[in-house]
Design a protein around this ligand. Structure first.
Ligand code: ADP
Ligand code: MG
Length: 313
C-alpha cells in the first residue's frame, strides 16, 4: 500500500458541537469519535498530521478569566491560545493513543505547542476585525478602551465585543521539530487554533494579542510537511454554489481556477468557507496535489472520490 502524506484540518465541531455546553465530558466524547475516524485514515495508509480550530475553547477561557477578574489576574490572548492548544492537544493525545492501541497500531502522538510567526507591520494590525471573548455593556466597553487600549465595537446589536487583528501566518517557530517528528512517523498535532501569534524582531520573539485563521495556518503546515493532500473537515459534506439559497448546488470537483473565480464572485464568505478555499488555492500553488473539503463522517469516502469536494490543479 502506498503511504500518502496528508494534513487533516479539523473544524470546530470535531471537538465541540454548536448545541453543546462545552463540558469536559462532551469534548472528550467528540474528540474520541473524531479520533476513530482519524485512526481509520491511518489504517488506510495515510501518514497524517493534524491541526484544529480553538474558537469556542479560547472563548470559554477568556470568559472564565472575565468572571474571575476580581480574584485572578487575566491572561493575555496569546497565553489563552497556548492554554487552549494544550487542552485540546491533551484530549487528542489521550483518545488517539487509546484508539491506536485498539487497532494494534504502534505510533507516538505528540502535540507541538506551536508559535506562528506574523509580520509586526501586517496591515491587519491597523484593522482589528475578529470579535473575541465575552460581551460587554457600553459602560464596560468604555472602561476597557481607556484601561487596556482595546478596540471594542457593537457586535450585531448583541452587546459590545473586543475586536482583534487577524494577520497572515508566515511560518512556525517550531517548524524544524514538527518536520522531524512527522518524518520519523509520529502523529503530530500542530498549529492548533492557527498557532500562538508571535513576532520576531531583532532576533527576539514576542507574543501578540491577535488571532490567526486556522485555515491559512493549515495550508502553511501542509506545505511544510510536504503533504500531497490537505483534508479539510468541517460541518458540510461539500462546498456549494449559492450556499443557503434555493439554488444551492453541491460541487464534486473544482479546478484551482474555478475555485478562484467562485471565490471572487462571492460564493465563499470570509469567516467560514472563504478562508478554506483561499488556503486550498495557496496549498496547490505551493506544490500540493489536492484538497478535499468534506465532513468527518465522509472523510474516507471523499478521499476515494465518492463524495465531498475535491479541488486540484
Ligand atoms: P470550521 O469550524 O470547520 O472552520 P466554519 O463555520 O468556519 O467551520 O466554516 C464552515 C461553514 O461554512 C459551513 O458550516 C457552512 O455553513 C458555511 N458555508 C459558507 N459558504 C458555504 C459554501 N459556499 N458552501 C458550503 N458551506 C458554506
Ligand atoms: Mg472556521
Amino acid at each position: 500500500m502506498k503511504t500518502r502524506n496528508m494534513l487533516v484540518s479539523l473544524g470546530g465541531n470535531a471537538i465541540l458541537k454548536h448545541t453543546e455546553k462545552g463540558t469536559a465530558k462532551e469534548q472528550f466524547e467528540n474528540v474520541r469519535k473524531t479520533s476513530e475516524y482519524i485512526v481509520e485514515l491511518i489504517s488506510e495508509g495515510y501518514h497524517l498530521a493534524l491541526t484544529h480550530g480553538n474558537g469556542p475553547q479560547v472563548g470559554d477561557i477568556l470568559l472564565a478569566y472575565d468572571y474571575a477578574k476580581d480574584y485572578l489576574p487575566p491572561m493575555p490572548l496569546d497565553v489563552c491560545g497556548a492554554q487552549s492548544q494544550g487542552m485540546i492537544g491533551y484530549m487528542f493525545q489521550l483518545s488517539l493513543k487509546n484508539i491506536l492501541k485498539d487497532w494494534g497500531i504502534d505510533k507516538s502522538v505528540v502535540t507541538i505547542l506551536t508559535q506562528t510567526l506574523v509580520h509586526p507591520e501586517d496591515p491587519q494590525f491597523e484593522n482589528p476585525s475578529k470579535p473575541i471573548g465575552p460581551f460587554y455593556t457600553a459602560l464596560e466597553a468604555d472602561q476597557l478602551r481607556r484601561e487596556k487600549n482595546w478596540t471594542i465595537e457593537n457586535d450585531s446589536g448583541k452587546g459590545f465585543r473586543r475586536l482583534v487583528p487577524s494577520p497572515i501566518p508566515l511560518g512556525f517557530v517550531e517548524e524544524a521539530c514538527i518536520k522531524t517528528l512527522y518524518d520519523s512517523g509520529d502523529l503530530v498535532i500542530a498549529s492548533g487554533g492557527g498557532g500562538i501569534p508571535v513576532t520576531l524582531t531583532d532576533g527576539r520573539l514576542k507574543g501578540i494579542e491577535c488571532v490567526i485563521d486556522k485555515d491559512y495556518a493549515a495550508s502553511l503546515l501542509a506545505t511544510l510537511i510536504e503533504a500531497e493532500i490537505l483534508l479539510i473537515l468541517t460541518d458540510v459534506e461539500k462546498i456549494s454554489l449559492y450556499y443557503g439559497t434555493p439554488r444551492e448546488e453541491g460541487l464534486d470537483h473544482l479546478s484551482k481556477s474555478e475555485a478562484l473565480k467562485y471565490l471572487e464572485e462571492g460564493h465563499f464568505p470570509p469567516g467560514s468557507m472563504g478562508p478554506k478555499v483561499k488556503s486550498a488555492i495557496d496549498f496547490l500553488d505551493f506544490g500540493g496535489k489536492k484538497v478535499v473539503v468534506t465532513s468527518l463522517e465522509s472523510a474516507l469516502d471523499a478521499l476515494k472520490g465518492n463524495t465531498g469536494t475535491t479541488i486540484d490543479g
